[in-house]
Design a binder for this molecule. Structure first.
Ligand code: IMP
Ligand code: MG
Length: 427
């Protein structure tokens, strides 16, 4: 299977690395590619019982033999890039080969400054961003005042670009936000300091990946953030500033849609969200606290406690539709072992009407109340199960029921963080 997309079907943190692990067991993966977002992501990877977190780097960085690629659609903080690489090396990890697109946009320290200042200014309307400068970097890209990786290798051009980027920004910072202006020279110096180390990694990643596909190699496009955080298809404005949906992969990598073979949506057996914004199945009771604690629902990037709620099949169907999912991968099923009865949201009630599909407007989504169906729990620890048939009947029935209502076949199930705690669902 040459080109496979793995993406988040909810609000992120679905455990996308689990699907990658399962894929890697059957097919050696030649390339693992990030195509959108930046170091706002947080992937937790458990290898031989050791826990690693990556934010900007593709999870493939821990897979010897695979080449990791940061493609054009990613916003790259060179500081974060080398901090992560050095952190892995310091722990004795053998890091894989890494390639970075010459066209990827750069996050400099001023982007994070602006991210935090604008959030503070929004007050109670704040998005709850990760504060990493993602939004401001994409804003510069769209405003055509962004700095790209290739610019770091020409001091004169870099200086011009940074001047252009800071021109309006400094007026805003000083006159609106009452902050000190950012100095062009300091930014140029900061960015140049990474150039020598970065240069050998930089290439035309679109060419690289298309050639790999031509040669029949396996390329895994690893999603960051998720469908409901997509700037077009998510719960705008409470979204990230990129397109984590399947279509964004093609734009973010320079690979045509006809080349993609599989699109795997990773979805938790319940739902979580960090940051602000609507979340119909959110729980404010003991069950919510229990999901949070049993699931260890704490953000990998920001350390924030994640909001928790039951599985939302409307979200699942929507994700299946807007991404053209060929299959779903259900994670963290083991966490639900504590409940006698498990509610699943099958539709919404909006202003007295039952609604089966994602409503058209943001206002309707804010008014959506979950319509629940209840499933019998299995009330046991399933983390030791190694095949789908090992699962208790009620757990199998829960998976089959979700499959029935979620718009795509469930291909795999995760029952724990380890690479071996992954079950393939028979067809
Ligand atoms: P930003 O991406 O930092 O601009 O944050 C925008 C929204 O996306 C906030 O609600 C964040 O909490 C959320 N977000 C960004 N990255 C992730 C992620 O990797 N997992 C979950 N939520 C995320
Ligand atoms: Mg995460």
């Amino acid at each position: 299977m040459p080109a496979i997309v793995v993406l988040g079907a909810q609000w992120g943190d679905e455990g996308k690395g689990k699907a990658t692990d399962l894929l890697a067991t059957t097919d050696p993966i030649d390339y693992v590619v990030r195509t959108s977002g930046g170091h706002n992501a947080g992937h937790t990877i458990v290898v031989n019982g050791e826990k690693y977190a990556t934010h900007l780097l593709p999870s493939g960085i821990l897979t010897p033999g695979a080449t990791s690629v940061i493609a054009n659609g990613v916003v790259v903080s060179p500081e974060a890039l080398f901090r992560e690489l050095d952190g892995l090396v310091a722990r004795g990890v053998e890091v894989a080969d890494l390639k970075v697109s010459a066209n990827a946009h750069v996050i400099a320290s001023y982007h994070a400054t602006i991210d935090k200042v604008t959030e503070r200014f929004l007050g109670k309307n704040q998005i709850g961003t990760t504060g990493r400068g993602i939004g401001p970097a994409y804003a510069d890209k769209i405003n055509r005042v962004g700095v790209r990786i290739a610019d770091l290798f020409d001091e004169k051009i870099l200086t011009q670009k940074v001047e252009a980027a800071l021109d309006v920004r400094n007026h805003l910072l000083t006159k609106v936000y009452n902050r000190r202006a950012i100095e062009v020279d300091a930014v140029v110096e900061e960015l140049l300091s990474y150039a020598d180390r970065l240069q050998p990694m930089v290439c035309d990643t679109s060419l690289l990946l298309n050639r790999a596909l031509d040669a029949g190699q396996t390329v895994l496009f690893e999603g960051a953030q998720a469908t409901m955080l997509d700037v077009d298809h998510g719960t705008y404005p409470f979204v990230t500033s990129s397109n984590p949906v399947a279509g964004g992969v093609c734009v973010g990598a320079g690979v045509g849609p006809t080349r993609i073979d599989r699109v795997v949506g990773v979805i938790k057996a319940y739902t979580t969200r960090v940051g602000s914004g609507p979340f119909p199945t959110e729980l404010f009771d003991e069950d919510g606290v229990q999901l949070q604690q049993l699931g260890g629902e704490i953000g990998v990037s920001t350390g924030r406690t994640r909001r928790c709620g039951w599985y939302d099949a409307v979200v699942a169907r929507y994700a299946s539709r807007v991404n053209g999912l060929t299959e779903l991968f259900l994670t963290k099923l083991d966490i639900l072992g504590a409940w006698e009865r498990i509610p699943v949201c099958v539709a919404y009630e909006i202003d007295g009407q039952r609604v089966d599909e994602m409503p058209m407007t943001q206002t309707e989504f804010h008014h959506a109340k979950p319509v629940y169906e209840f499933f019998d729990g299995w009330q046991s620890d399933i983390s030791g199960c190694r095949s789908f048939d090992d699962l208790p009947d009620n757990a199998q029935a829960y998976v089959r029921a979700l499959e029935e209502m979620s718009g795509a076949k469930i291909w795999g199930v995760g029952v724990g963080p380890g690479r071996e705690q992954t079950l393939v669902v028979p067809g």
